[in-house]
Design a protein. Structure first.
Length: 287
């Protein structure tokens, strides 16, 4: 007599099949893992400055290795050649003139950390888009797109208000003035203006003093001349003294480091800032 025929339709077997099927369907429905982004930006950098584009006078081995292992662009358009407008275009994908980040008054970039100008808060940056997709975003280094609008504390132009969860860097940027070295971007020009104005006022004060001397000899009736000469001489001395301290003021009030909304170094400690920024970038990537 033949043994009875057996099937695989026991409740346990059917349950296993159903569970495996559900896991398969869930795997199909789960989104694939999303890539991380690391973007390195260096403004005021020309195509001829890099070895991977043919430069032989400056060695850039690390950048050259990135280009060799990745993609090297050969056709592109840069929105601007200087800091503020190029960074605005880079973050928004728009011409900088559309966001008011260009200037025709001779200053093509933001000049002061305490100025009210900056990237408008309503601009949509790629960081804000990534933030909306669940990414954690961070900026380490130079910002140079403004800080505050009406008060020092409103921070309307700050990176944290443009799609970045974390910021460690320089609100304005690194200048020769931060080290009191040449080439100077602001200090030298301010010194020339202050000294020029002071010497012009001193010349006027001398002329008025001469007028007062003439009055003492009965040659001029100007009774106000001595007081005017003294006042102008005092202002001229203030301008001349200001030319010697303006460099320190620039270094203190424009060269400082912020972590998120807190100033952590003012003035900047130049010997430590580069390794600090590098360590911060590595730590952020490991989180």
């Amino acid at each position: 007599m033949a043994p009875p025929h057996r099937t695989c339709s026991s409740p346990a077997t059917l349950l296993c099949i159903v569970l495996l099927g559900l896991q398969y369907v869930d795997a199909l429905r789960s989104p694939p893992p999303r890539p991380n982004f690391l973007i390195i930006m260096a403004d005021d950098l020309g195509i001829g400055d890099l070895g991977c584009y043919g430069n032989t006078s400056i060695r850039t081995p690390n950048i050259d290795r990135l280009a060799e292992d990745g993609v090297r662009l050969t056709q592109y358009l840069a929105a601007e050649s200087v800091c503020t407008p190029s960074r605005a275009a880079f973050l928004t994908g728009r011409y900088p003139i559309r966001s008011g980040m260009t200037s025709g008054n001779g200053h093509r970039v933001l000049q002061w950390a305490a100025g009210a100008g900056g990237l408008p808060p309503k601009e949509i940056t790629f960081a804000r888009i990534l933030q909306g997709q669940g990414y954690v975003t961070g900026l380490v280094g130079k910002w140079h797109l403004g800080l505050s609008c009406r008060t020092v504390s409103d921070l309307c132009h700050h990176p944290l208000n443009h799609g970045f969860h974390h910021f460690l860097g320089l609100p304005l940027g690194m200048m020769g003035d931060c080290a009191g070295a040449e080439p100077s971007e602001k200090r030298a020009g301010l010194e020339r203006r202050l000294r020029g104005a002071g010497r012009a006022l001193a010349a006027v004060a001398v002329a008025i003093a001469a007028l007062a001397w003439g009055r003492g000899r009965g040659l001029a009736p100007a009774c106000w001349a001595p007081w005017a000469a003294i006042a102008l001489g005092a202002v001229a001395a203030i301008f001349e003294a200001g030319s010697y301290v303006v460099g320190g003021a620039v270094a203190r009030y424009d060269c400082f480091l912020m972590r998120n909304a807190t100033v952590t170094q003012q003035p900047l400690q130049l010997d430590h800032v580069t390794p600090l920024l590098l360590r911060e970038a590595k730590d952020f990537l490991r989180r």
